[in-house]
Write a protein that binds this ligand. Structure first.
Ligand code: BES
Ligand code: ZN
Length: 631
């Protein structure tokens, strides 16, 4: 039967289980250490996991792994501790493409297990029969070439070209491709890990770094209960540069100083965030800048954000990404979407918080510029989305969570929160927000839980205004409600003025663009009408050097335009960019634009044939579909 409380002592023991002696003393001041290792309440239905956490629920994971770069395989064991709510139930786990070697109980004897048929999205359920007293089991296993979370890079795919590299990407449902576990964001667990790697490499994880022991083994522990998608690992020839006592940057040796300079405002951002949202509860905040094949801009792995090198523009113009991943330390990592249909709780709140941080650290003008550009981009993107994809509380039954991925949970989510903020006032909304983080700390919650908190905290202040914002329209309907906020950005106004001058014949070199930042250039490129002549595109390129830009945001937007307009001078750079960078946000619009004509499609396929082996599975998953590619 379902238990409703867990003794604190048991929680503490679970939290410590499996931590081994370490080369470096663990931190003792992690503020949240006494948080429950899991939420004892009943979890909602998650279509994307075949585990049954309301019967038996994993609370701690102890990994013992060897990274085999030759075989491109992770090998070892996962020891899972669990709570049993239904004494008769087996332990059910998610796996995808894992080779299970054996399962043993705490008595060292084997336990019967079976794998279900493989589902293309969900993988295979691993069912383990438990003995009456079992509170943990040890599963020996190894990964296979189907481990979509993992990307193994050859030395040539790194900046310094000396050593291979490995990184993982768990969100949304890929952790099951490298660890057998209950891969649902409602199932929070603490973890510890011992990792063996070639001696030239450094291993880092989304956890407290205990260092490499005399036995050569890297050890980690994560004492706060986190959802499975936040378990992450990277290994390579990497160096560290501090920014402050609690924050710094990992990157390949030739990149690390530049990365530290570019990301030098991170400590300021943490301080701003703590003032706004409450204490940072994870100990350290470090960033690892990965090789360019990383499929996302950033990933908020706790204590260690994973980031693309494409944010290193040289002028700090793309550091909103750090504000974003940092903000997930509250929205997402502390308060987590319980299922993937509640993903907007993670990303909408995070975009909202990101811009609050940007406002404090870089001022209103920069924040308004970013909000305004984002609104323009959402309006454009919405036109190409199917109605079901435009809904915040999205219905993902039978679908891959990745198919629901778009700007909607991000920007529409943030607009919704800003609409509420505008209605109730910043002071009241701030109180609501910090209360939301405190009240739900270390829990995974649904959209209904959010609504309950909204009604009981914000709306209760003045029930007569509870209908001012149409919650059903915002959360359950397609499109953008008419009361969605718009932003005035004088900086974008400047761009509009200069663009009009250019269209009326002023030469590009005479435009007043000296102090333009990345987002202004992006707006300029987005708003060049399609009927300007190729000669005038040449003129722009000569004046502003778009084709040879090292700013990936500007370059990508320009290459999309160049492709649409068949501006051939950019062809070579396009092929080079698509082969070098694996960030899906850039690949998708470029391949989409190419695929619009038969010649373009042929070209796309030929570039893709070379580039595909260099991309992470997250990116090939999307581009395969786009180009009708069968691997
Ligand atoms: N958590 C996301 C990345 C993600 C989302 C991975 C869904 C897998 C599934 C991360 O926080 C993110 O949103 N990254 C953005 C950057 C941000 C500034 C909008 C990205 O990668 O572009
Ligand atoms: Zn995010």
């Amino acid at each position: 039967m379902f238990r409703t409380f867990v003794p604190l002592v048991a929680v503490l023991l679970v939290g410590c289980a499996g931590v081994r002696t370490a080369a470096i003393e663990p931190e003792s001041d992690v503020a949240s250490f006494r948080q429950p290792a899991y939420s004892p309440r009943e979890l909602p239905m998650d279509f994307h996991s075949r585990s049954e956490p309301n019967r038996v629920r994993v609370t701690h994971l102890d990994l013992d792994l060897t990274l085999d770069f030759d075989a491109r395989e992770l090998r070892g064991a996962a020891e899972l501790s669990f709570e049993r709510f239904d004494r008769d139930a087996p332990l059910k786990l998610d796996t995808q493409g894992l080779a299970i070697v054996d399962v043993v109980g705490p008595d060292g004897r084997p336990r019967a297990w079976s794998l279900s048929a493989d589902d293309p999205i969900l993988g295979a359920a691993l069912t383990i029969q438990l003995a009456p007293d079992d509170a943990k089991v040890r599963i020996a296993y190894h990964t296979t070439e189907r481990a979509a979370a993992l990307q193994w890079l050859s030395p040539e795919q790194t900046a310094d070209r000396k050593q291979p590299f490995l990184f993982t990407q768990g969100q949304s449902i890929l952790t099951r491709t490298w660890i057998p576990l209950q891969d649902s964001p409602g199932v929070r667990a603490t973890y510890s890990a011992a990792v063996r790697a070639p001696k030239e490499l450094t291993v880092v994880m989304s956890a407290e770094h205990l260092g490499r022991g005399d036995d050569g083994v890297w050890r980690f522990r994560m004492p706060q209960a986190i959802p499975p998608y936040l378990i992450a690992l990277a290994a390579g020839d990497i160096a560290f540069e501090p920014i402050s006592d609690r924050c710094g940057v990992w990157a390949e040796p030739s990149k690390v100083v530049g990365a530290r300079d570019e990301l030098g405002d991170t400590e300021k951002m943490i301080q701003a965030a703590e003032k706004l949202f409450g204490p940072y509860r994870w100990g350290r905040y470090d960033i690892i800048v990965l090789p360019p094949s990383f499929p996302f801009g950033g990933m908020e792995n706790p204590r260690l954000t994973f980031a693309t090198p494409t944010i290193l523009a040289g002028d700090k113009s793309l550091v909103a990404l750090v504000a974003h991943e940092l903000a997930h330390s509250w929205s997402g990592n502390l308060v987590t979407n319980a299922t993937w249909r509640d993903f907007w709780l993670n990303e909408g709140f995070t975009v909202f918080c990101e811009q609050r941080i940007m406002e404090v650290v870089f001022g209103d003008a920069r924040s308004n510029l970013e909000k305004s550009l984002a609104r323009h981009e959402l309006d454009l993107e919405m036109k190409d989305l199917e109605p079901w994809q435009q809904v915040l509380h999205i219905d993902l039954a039978g679908k891959n969570p990745d198919d629901g991925f778009s700007g909607v949970p991000y920007e529409k989510g943030a607009l919704f929160l800003r609409r509420l903020e505008a209605e109730w006032g910043r002071a009241a909304f701030d109180e609501f927000l910090t209360g939301y983080f405190d009240h739900h700390a270390f829990q995974s919650i649904t959209t209904d839980d959010f609504l309950a908190w909204l009604r009981s905290q914000l709306f209760a202040r003045d029930p007569s205004r509870a209908d001012a914002v149409d919650l059903v329209e915002w959360l359950e309907k397609a499109g953008l409600p008419a009361d969605a906020p718009r932003y005035e950005s004088p900086a974008l106004g400047d761009v509009d003025r200069e663009r009009e001058r250019w269209l009326r014949g002023t030469p590009a070199r005479s435009l007043a663009t000296e102090r333009w930042v990345t987002q202004q250039w992006q707006h300029f490129i987005h708003t060049i009408p399609d009927d300007v002549s190729i000669d005038r595109l040449v003129e722009l390129d000569e004046a502003f050097g778009f084709t040879r830009s090292h700013n990936c945001e500007i370059l990508c937007d320009w290459l999309v335009l160049a492709t649409r307009r068949r501006y051939l001078a950019a062809d070579e750079r396009l092929a080079e960019f698509l082969t070098e960078v694996g960030r899906r946000k850039f690949l998708k619009p470029l391949y989409t634009e190419l695929a619009k004509t038969p010649e373009g499609l042929a070209r796309a396929r030929s570039i893709y044939a070379t580039a595909r082996p260099r991309y992470h599975a997250v990116s090939t998953g999307t581009i395969d579909k786009l180009l009708g590619w069968t691997p």
